[in-house]
Design a protein around this ligand. Structure first.
Ligand SMILES: NC(=O)c1ccc[n+]([C@@H]2O[C@H](COP(=O)([O-])OP(=O)(O)OC[C@H]3O[C@@H](n4cnc5c(N)ncnc54)[C@H](OP(=O)(O)O)[C@@H]3O)[C@@H](O)[C@H]2O)c1
Length: 379
């Protein structure tokens, strides 16, 4: 595969909020390959750091000095709404990484409430959400009559993750999942199994989704808004699959005993953000678009990557690169699939990883008709 024509330069300045966090550190490392990156924190670690507290708008005045601001702050604890409003007012490019559904919902509301925006905000950029949104849009492009989307994320949990990620996992254990049915936002039971129709005779199945758990990922909210899809189901399955049973039991327990919930969360944070911090999470994402009446998938997109955290950071770097090349950008609040395409982003992800180690990324459309591996290293 030929390398994309990269126009990023050291004169491009990017501010990363939450730079001390798990995802933030990956983003800083990846962006620093090409750009002048400044790290932001509530408590700066050195003279080169910028002080930014998402809860204190007085700290936002530095945003105008940067070509882009990326937010990887702890989204379950603090909303970036005020920061997004500031960027829209002051003409700044803002990229939000959160996969917190409530946070995304709050930011989506700014699409209509912000009059005459001067800046651009792109919501939920990374792998999930982010890449998943582009996969869904690609599947819908291939099957324009489809009115039903299924998104399945298979992830290895014996891997590193940040505190914010662990918090999200706990929220999913404790709350009722949501999905869209005929454009209505519906709620299922916590940790409910969901039957997915990911495979048929035409498409060799890689994931059956047999033991998948219905989880309300923000992609539903975003795609319902951007693509007006009437039916959207998002689901999670752990690798190895027998861990789904453990997850369901943990969910049952933490909903009945809040103290156990706190212990589980503390254990998860200790395990994933300290002891297993450097262990990569392998990811497999399948998106199927079909007509609700017909069970066969009409279009299917699969992506596998060997290291979810690096891939998410590379998606942010690749997305920013594409956006900056396309300046002037449309103004307002956008979901990734409204500004970017899967075919443009995937090669960028494959080449945007620190140290040129590649992302071990593979993708297929319609069960292998267009299979591409992008695990080669940069020269
Ligand atoms: N889309 C994707 O694929 C994807 C993948 C992974 C993570 N994420 C998202 O990335 C974000 C970070 O996740 P994580 O697990 O890496 O979190 P994390 O390790 O807990 O780090 C979060 C960081 O947020 C900062 N922070 C907390 N409160 C803040 C405030 N009021 N103002 C500014 N910064 C604040 C903290 O830094 P200081 O204490 O130094 O200020 C902390 O280091 C979350 O929103 C998560 O949903 C997205």
């Amino acid at each position: 595969m030929s390398r994309p024509n990269v126009k990023a330069s050291r004169t491009t300045r990017v501010l990363v909020i939450g730079a001390s966090g798990f995802h933030g550190q990956h983003i800083v490392k990846t962006l620093s390959e090409k750009w002048d990156v400044v790290q932001a924190s509530r408590r700066p670690r050195g003279p080169a750091w910028q002080t930014v507290d998402l809860a204190d708008p007085a700290t936002f005045s530095c945003f105008g000095q940067y070509d882009a601001v990326v937010n990887a702050g702890h989204s379950s604890c603090v909303s970036s709404r005020a920061a997004v409003e500031y960027c829209l007012r002051e003409g700044v490019l803002f990229m939000e990484a959160t996969h917190d559904s409530r946070h995304i919902q709050e930011l989506l509301a700014l699409r209509t409430s912000q009059k005459d925006p001067q800046g651009t905000a792109i919501l939920g950029m990374g792998v999930f959400p982010g890449l998943t949104n582009l996969m869904a849009r690609e599947a819908l492009t291939q099957a324009p009559a489809a009115d039903h989307l299924e998104i399945l994320l298979r992830v290895g949990v014996v891997s590193g993750a940040g505190r914010s990620m662990c918090r999200h996992m706990m929220q999913h254990l404790q709350s009722r999942p949501f999905y869209f049915e005929e454009s209505q936002l519906c709620h299922g039971d916590p940790m409910q199994r969901v039957p997915l129709t990911l495979s048929n005779g035409d498409v060799p199945p890689r994931h059956e989704g047999g033991d998948s758990i219905l989880v309300g990922f923000p992609e539903s909210l975003m795609l319902h808004e951007s693509a007006a899809t009437r039916n959207i189901v998002t689901a999670l399955s752990l690798k190895p699959e027998w861990m789904n049973g453990i997850l369901r039991s943990a969910g049952w327990l933490v909903r009945r005993a809040p103290l156990v919930g706190r212990l589980v969360e503390a254990g998860m944070i200790l395990g994933r953000s300290v002891l297993l911090r450097w262990l990569p999470a392998s990811l497999e994402i399948t998106v199927v678009a079909r007509s609700k009446a017909c069970l066969s998938p009409v279009a299917r997109v699969d992506v596998r990557c060997g290291d979810g955290a690096r891939c998410a950071a590379a998606a942010i770097a690749g997305g920013l690169e594409l956006l900056m090349e396309r300046r002037p950008l449309p103004r307002g609040v956008f979901t990734p699939d409204e500004l970017l395409s899967l075919h443009d982003l995937l090669p960028r992800i494959a080449h945007s990883s620190p140290g040129g180690r590649g992302c071990d990324l593979q993708w297929t459309t319609n069960g292998g008709a267009n299979t591409q591996a992008a695990s080669e290293t940069r020269t």
